[in-house]
Design a protein. Structure first.
Ligand code: PLP
Length: 412
C-alpha cells in the first residue's frame, strides 16, 4: 500500500486461506457446501439468536428476499428510512411496491419514530390500506432507536425488515442489530465490517422462512428430478469459496469491531476543532460498531478553497470501492453538501486522504422523488453538513493524526 488513507477497506486476516483450501480440496466450489453452512452457524452464534441465518450473494439480495418473506406484493406500500444507501430502497421497487420515505431523528440519524407513526396514519387515511412493511436502517453502524420504532411497528402491527448492512456487531440494549426485525439483512461487501469479498445474509425468524428464502435464492426450483418452477426465482446463493472467506473473517470480527470503536475513541480525544462534531452514541442503550466515523461541520466554519469547491465536474468515481458509475450531467444538483464540506473533502483528497459525504437522502434522489415522503428536514440538514472520515482496519492512529492535522490545516 502507498501512503494514501482510504475511507474504508476490508482486510484479509490469513485465517481465510485454510477454509478456501479445504473447499478446493473437497471440490466444493459451488454455491453450497460446508463453508456456507459453517458460516451461517458462525453468524447465528455471533448474533446470539435462535433465528436462522441464510448466506446470500449480497445484502441487497437479502433485503429483496426479506421483502418477499414479508409477502410484499406489487402496489403495496413500504415505509423506508430516507437517509440511507439506495440499496435499502431499490428492492422495494424490485417487488413492484411503493417506497414511502420517512425522515430521520437527529439523535441516531435513523428513522424518526414519531414521524413514522404519523406517516402510517396518513397512508392509511389516504390509501385505505396499511403499509406492508417498515425498512429501518442502522446508518454507519448506529442502531435505530428500536424501543420506539418497534413500539410503533407493533401499534400498527406492521413487520420490520432491518437493514443492518452497516451494523455488523452493533447492538441496542445488549441485543445485536440484525435480530430486531421479523427479518434482518447483513452485508459482507468489500467495504463492510467483515467481508466475503461480496455477499450478504438474511436473518430469518424460523426454519420455514429460511427454507423459503433459500428456495427463492435457488431460482424457485421445485423438488423434481427435472427442473420445475412455479414462481419466479433468483440466483442469490453465496458460493462456498466466499463463505470460506467469511469463516476466516469471523475469527477476527471482534478484533475489527474493537478497532473501529478505538478509531472513534481516538477521533473523540484528538479531533478538537470548534465547529466540527463527531456523531456519537446518543444514549446508553446504543452501542454502534462505528463502521464509519462521521462528523458534522458547522456551516459557519470557514475553510480554505471554498470558492473553488464545485468548480469542476467529477469525472471519476468518488471512493475506493469504485466500480462503473454513470456520468452526472451537471456540476450541481438541487441538494448537495455545503461548500465548506466539499472544500474539506477536496483538501483532504489533495493530501491523499479519502473522505466522503453522508448518504444523500432517498427523497432527494431523482429516481425516488416521485414517491410519497414524510420529511422533517433532518436528513437533508445532515447531508449538507456531514462527512465520513477514514475508519477501516487499515487506518492507524498515525493515519488518524494525519487526517486531523490535514483538517486543521484547512480551517481558516
Ligand atoms: C445501508 C446499506 N444497505 C444495503 C447495502 C447493500 O449491501 P450489498 O452491497 O452487500 O448489496 C449496503 C451496502 O452496500 C448499505 O450500506
Amino acid at each position: 500500500m502507498d501512503d494514501r488513507i482510504l475511507l474504508r477497506m476490508c482486510k484479509m486476516s490469513g485465517h481465510e486461506l485454510p477454509f478456501i483450501q479445504e473447499a478446493f480440496e473437497g471440490e466444493w466450489v459451488v454455491p453450497l457446501g460446508p463453508n456456507v453452512t459453517g458460516f451461517e452457524k458462525d453468524l447465528e452464534k455471533f448474533l446470539g439468536t435462535d433465528k436462522k441465518v441464510v448466506a446470500l450473494s449480497s445484502g441487497t439480495a437479502a433485503l429483496h428476499l426479506g421483502l418477499l418473506g414479508l409477502g410484499v406484493e406489487p402496489g403495496d406500500e413500504v415505509m423506508v428510512q430516507s437517509m440511507t444507501f439506495s440499496a435499502s430502497v431499490n428492492p422495494v421497487r424490485y417487488v413492484g411496491a411503493i417506497p414511502v420515505m420517512v425522515d430521520s431523528e437527529c439523535e441516531s440519524w435513523n428513522m424518526d419514530p414519531v414521524l413514522l407513526d404519523n406517516a402510517i396514519a396518513d397512508r392509511i387515511k389516504k390509501t385505505g390500506k396499511k403499509p406492508k412493511a417498515i425498512v429501518v436502517v442502522c446508518l454507519y453502524g448506529m442502531p435505530a432507536d428500536y424501543d420506539r420504532i418497534l413500539e410503533v411497528a407493533s401499534k400498527w402491527n406492521i413487520p420490520v425488515l432491518e437493514d443492518a448492512a452497516e451494523a455488523f456487531g452493533s447492538s441496542f440494549d445488549g441485543q445485536k442489530c440484525g435480530t430486531f426485525g421479523t427479518f434482518g439483512a447483513l452485508s459482507f461487501n468489500g467495504n463492510k465490517m467483515i467481508t466475503t469479498s461480496g455477499g450478504g445474509a438474511l436473518v430469518c425468524p424460523d426454519e420455514e422462512s429460511a427454507r423459503k428464502a433459500m428456495y427463492y435464492a435457488t431460482q424457485a426450483r421445485l423438488g423434481y428430478a427435472y427442473y420445475q418452477h412455479e414462481e419466479v426465482g433468483y440466483n442469490y446463493r453465496m458460493s462456498n469459496i466466499s463463505a470460506g472467506i467469511g469463516r476466516g473473517q469471523m475469527m477476527v470480527a471482534d478484533e475489527y469491531i474493537a478497532h473501529h470503536r478505538h478509531r472513534q475513541q481516538y477521533y473523540r480525544e484528538h479531533l478538537d476543532i470548534d465547529g466540527i462534531s463527531l456523531h456519537e452514541n446518543p444514549g446508553v442503550k446504543f452501542d454502534s460498531n462505528f463502521w464509519l466515523c462521521t462528523v458534522l461541520i458547522d456551516e459557519t466554519l470557514r475553510v480554505k478553497g471554498e470558492d473553488k469547491a464545485y468548480s469542476a465536474a467529477i469525472t471519476s468515481t468518488v471512493g475506493g470501492a469504485g466500480g462503473v458509475t454513470g456520468v452526472g450531467n451537471s456540476i450541481h444538483t438541487d441538494c448537495e453538501p455545503n461548500r465548506n464540506v466539499e472544500a474539506i473533502r477536496l483538501g483532504l483528497a489533495e493530501k491523499g486522504i479519502e473522505s466522503r459525504p453522508l448518504w444523500k437522502p432517498m427523497h432527494k434522489q431523482p429516481v425516488f422523488s416521485k414517491y410519497p415522503s414524510y420529511i422533517n428536514g433532518i436528513s437533508e440538514s445532515l447531508f449538507h453538513r456531514g462527512l465520513c472520515l477514514p475508519s477501516g482496519p487499515y487506518v492507524t492512529d498515525r493515519d488518524a493524526d494525519r487526517v486531523i492535522e490535514a483538517i486543521k490545516s484547512l480551517i481558516i
